[in-house]
Design a protein around this ligand. Structure first.
Ligand code: HEC
Length: 129
């Protein structure tokens, strides 16, 4: 019984860490016009679960919170958008291990394009202001 317990707990724990980000009824809270409908759809289904209050990884939350991004200073927004563009170009997000376990989390080329061009034009606009 004890052995069973010591196997189960880590398995459940790891499952918890990896499960956020899966599609569910999670969505960016208040975003105003910051996110286009297209970009929001991709974020909600592929990124929001980890990079939001629901996220269970402290690292993910420290790296990016979609709900607070619109309220950051202009320079922090541009810096974050640059990081987003970079991870999309390098196909670093969602993390490889998660995509392996949950193939539905894989970004399609269209989704990558939508999110990347949103981030690029957002960063451009911020720099012009
Ligand atoms: C399963 C959880 C998970 C999902 C889903 C996820 N991320 Fe992440 N993300 C993380 C973690 C954990 C980190 C911090 C560790 C790291 O950088 O690898 C991170 C870091 C980042 C960073 C900072 C990287 C850097 O180099 O500064 C960005 C930007 C990012 N994620 C964007 C995204 C985008 C965009 C998506 C959706 C396409 C996404 N993430 C989906 C877990 C996730």
């Amino acid at each position: 019984m004890k052995t069973l317990f010591s196997i189960f707990v880590p398995v459940i724990f790891i499952g918890f860490i990896l499960s956020p980000g899966l599609p569910g009824n999670k969505s960016i809270q208040k975003s105003g016009s910051f996110y286009t409908a297209e970009a929001k759809k991709v974020i909600d289904s592929k990124c929001y679960g980890c990079h939001s209050e629901q996220g269970r990884s402290k690292d993910a939350k420290e790296a990016l919170m979609w709900d607070s991004l619109p309220n950051l200073t202009k320079s922090s927004q541009v810096a974050t958008l640059d990081h987003i563009i970079k991870v999309l170009k390098e196909k670093k997000m969602p993390p490889e291990g998660v995509v392996k376990k949950y193939p539905e989390m894989k970004m399609s080329p269209e989704e990558t394009k939508v999110l990347q061009s949103w981030a690029e034009s957002m960063a451009d606009n911020l720099l012009k202001k």
